[in-house]
Design a protein around this ligand. Structure first.
Ligand SMILES: Cc1cc2nc3c(=O)[nH]c(=O)nc-3n(C[C@H](O)[C@H](O)[C@H](O)COP(=O)(O)O)c2cc1C
Length: 196
């Protein structure tokens, strides 16, 4: 197997978060989203539990999702803390995207693995998706705001108690230039070498 290593390294560096507010009107086709989901399933998975679960909202599904998200926020938030601006944002943000993909971790029925390993596998799956999305020139935003971590969101998506919603991916084509690099620390900062 031969790969173009410099292109792959460049892709990894170039992958960026693009917020829905930076998306153009151009729509991402379902076939491309299927390709992203196919990339997800090749992530590493201990005992092959394949714990990733996705719910794709597209078309009218985007307004269904936005309405649910905003209504849930209103219903479970202390009226003193409620913000109309946040309500509108939760409702309308999905409409800026071609698709919103809710990402969840499904616990296998026997709980064979520590939860952290299942979350790690789903995170790897999301990274596969985001790299392929970057290769397509797609904007990709992994958000965890709003009601992401609530039981209401988990059950709306049809997931069991014990499963966890890990985020909402907003997909679209970026308007204008690809975002600039975000800063990263050098490897010396986070690596210990033990040799000899
Ligand atoms: C688990 C996870 C949750 C995230 N949640 C949010 C979020 O709620 N809001 C946000 O603006 N960005 C969120 N991000 C994206 C980060 O802000 C982004 O990756 C970071 O700014 C670095 O930018 P880059 O992805 O372009 O390199 C999240 C990223 C991860 C891995």
């Amino acid at each position: 197997m031969r790969y173009n290593l410099s292109e792959i390294s460049q892709l990894i560096e170039d992958r960026r978060t693009v917020l829905p507010e930076q998306f153009s009107e151009r729509k991402v086709h379902r076939e491309i989203i299927e390709n992203l989901l196919n990339a997800a399933r090749w992530a590493p998975t201990h005992k092959l539990t394949q714990p990733w679960r996705f719910t794709v909202f597209m078309g009218r599904g985007l307004s269904v999702f936005g309405q649910f998200h905003a209504d849930t926020y209103k219903r479970i938030t202390d009226p003193v803390k409620f913000s109309e601006i946040k309500f509108e944002k939760l409702k309308n943000r999905p409409l800026l995207a071609s698709a919103v993909i809710a990402v969840a971790m499904h616990r296998d029925s026997e709980n064979r693995l520590p939860e952290i390993e299942e979350i790690a596998a789903v995170s790897a799956a999301v990274q596969n998706m985001s790299l392929l999305a970057a290769a397509y020139g797609l904007g990709f935003y992994w958000g965890t705001g709003g009601m992401t971590y609530t039981d209401e969101m988990r059950s709306f998506l049809g997931h069991d108690v014990g499963d966890k919603v890990l985020g909402l991916i907003y997909l679209g084509y970026p308007e204008g230039n690809w975002p600039r690099k975000t800063p990263r620390k050098p490897i010396e900062y986070f690596t210990q070498w033990v040799e000899d």
